[in-house]
Design a protein around this ligand. Structure first.
Ligand SMILES: [Fe+2]
Ligand SMILES: [Fe+2]
Length: 347
C-alpha cells in the first residue's frame, strides 16, 4: 500500500538504496541495490577536470544516480559518459544525463556510436578507436574495443591508467548487495554465480568466441590493481591473476550428466550403443532438442548396465514472458547397438 501522494516511482526509488564509496583515488563507486533484480547496479564517477561517468544506470534509476553524483560533483559539469555495451543498465539514462549536463558527451566504441547512439542519443557520441587514450585531467583513460566481451557486438571497456583501475562492466558479476570492496575471493564469487545461473533463463550471458581468450590475455596484461564491477563488490589486488582465472571458462566446463539403463535379452555381448536424449516442447509436444551420444560399454548376454554420458549443453528450457521455466518432456532413443562379434542392430 502506497502512502497518499507517493507515486509508484517514488516508492521504488525509496526501496533502492544508493551508496557512494571512493574505491581508488577520485574514483567513486555509486552503488544502487535493486530489490526486483536482487543485484547491485554500480556506476563509477571519476572526479577530474572533465568528470567521467562509467555507465548511466537504468533510466528509472536516474534520480538515485543523480543524487549520488551530486554529492561528489556539480552534475551539470559532467563531461564524459562511457559505457561498455548498449543495454538499459549501461546507458538507459544517457539522454537524462545529456539533458542535465550541457557539455556531456557519450564515449563508446565506433560500433556503439554508429549502430545505436546515432539514433538513440539526443546528441552525437564520440566514437573511440581500439586502444585510444584520452585524458580527462589527471586521469588517462584507455579504451579497449572488446566485441562480444562480455557481450554485444559494440562492447568495450575502459582502463584508468594512472591508478590501474579496470572499469570492467559485467565481468565477475555476482548477485546480492555485497560490500563495496573486497581484496580476495572475487573469482569464487564470479564462478559461483556463473554456475548458479546456468539453469536459469538468464544463463550464457558471456559467449565464448574465437576472440575471448586473447581479450582476457590482453586485459590481464594491463595488470589492473582495482577491478570496478558493475554488479557486485569491486576488487583490489592482483587483477591479472583474477582475469587469468576467469579465462578458465567455468561455464564452458560445466557439464550435464545423461544416463541410460540398458537391459539385453540377446545371447550376444554388447560393446557399443548409439543413443539420443530427446527433449520435447511441453506446449507443442514436438521435438525441441536432441543430444546424440555413442557410448562404449560391455554388457554380457542377458545382462544390464547403466550408460552415462556428459555434455556441456543442458536440457531444453521453455521460458515464458514472466521468466518462469517450463519442464520439457524427455525420452531416449536407441539408434544402434554394436555387438562384440561385429554384428550391428539398427533401430
Ligand atoms: Fe550487460
Ligand atoms: Fe550490466
Amino acid at each position: 500500500m502506497l502512502a497518499s501522494g507517493c507515486s509508484i516511482e517514488d516508492k521504488r526509488k525509496n526501496d533502492m538504496n544508493t551508496k557512494v564509496t571512493e574505491i581508488a583515488p577520485d574514483v567513486y563507486r555509486i552503488s544502487t541495490f535493486h530489490p526486483d533484480y536482487g543485484i547491485q547496479f554500480n556506476q563509477f564517477l571519476i572526479k577530474d577536470e572533465e568528470p567521467f561517468l562509467m555507465h548511466t544506470g537504468f533510466k528509472k534509476m536516474f534520480s538515485n544516480t543523480l543524487e549520488a553524483v551530486s554529492s561528489v560533483i556539480d552534475p551539470s559539469s559532467l563531461r564524459w559518459i562511457g559505457f561498455s555495451h548498449f543495454e538499459a543498465d549501461e546507458c538507459g539514462a544517457l539522454n537524462e544525463w545529456l539533458g542535465t549536463a550541457p557539455h556531456a558527451q557519450a564515449v563508446c566504441s565506433f560500433v556503439g556510436a554508429e549502430v545505436n547512439l546515432k539514433d538513440f542519443a539526443d546528441r552525437p557520441a564520440r566514437a573511440l578507436s581500439d586502444n585510444e587514450v584520452f585524458e580527462i585531467g589527471r586521469h588517462r583513460l584507455r579504451f579497449l574495443a572488446t566485441p562480444h566481451f562480455p557481450h554485444g557486438w559494440d562492447a568495450g571497456l575502459f582502463f584508468e591508467e594512472n591508478d590501474r583501475t579496470l572499469l570492467c562492466s559485467d565481468l565477475f558479476f555476482h548477485p546480492g548487495d555485497p560490500e563495496p570492496m573486497i581484496e580476495s575471493g572475487i573469482m569464487e564469487r564470479a564462478r559461483g554465480s556463473i554456475m548458479a545461473g546456468l539453469a536459469g533463463p538468464l544463463a550464457k550471458d558471456m559467449p565464448y568466441t574465437p576472440y575471448t581468450d586473447s581479450t582476457l590475455q590482453r586485459l590481464a596484461a594491463l595488470e589492473p590493481q582495482t577491478l570496478a564491477l558493475m554488479h557486485g563488490s569491486s576488487f583490489r589486488g592482483d587483477g591479472r591473476a583474477s582475469i587469468i582465472s576467469l579465462a578458465d571458462r567455468p561455464a564452458e566446463k560445466a557439464s550435464y550428466k545423461y544416463t541410460l539403463e540398458v537391459k539385453t535379452t540377446s545371447a550376444k555381448q554388447i560393446s557399443r550403443v548409439a543413443w539420443d536424449y530427446v527433449f520435447t516442447d511441453p506446449r507443442t509436444h514436438r521435438e525441441a532438442l536432441r543430444h546424440s551420444f555413442e557410448s562404449k560399454v560391455k554388457i554380457r548376454p542377458g545382462g544390464s548396465a547403466k550408460v552415462t554420458a556428459y555434455k556441456n549443453e543442458g536440457p531444453y528450457q521453455v521460458v515464458d514472458a514472466n521468466g518462469s521455466s517450463g519442464k520439457s518432456g524427455e525420452r531416449i532413443v536407441i539408434k544402434r547397438i554394436v555387438y562384440s562379434d561385429g554384428s550391428v542392430w539398427e533401430g
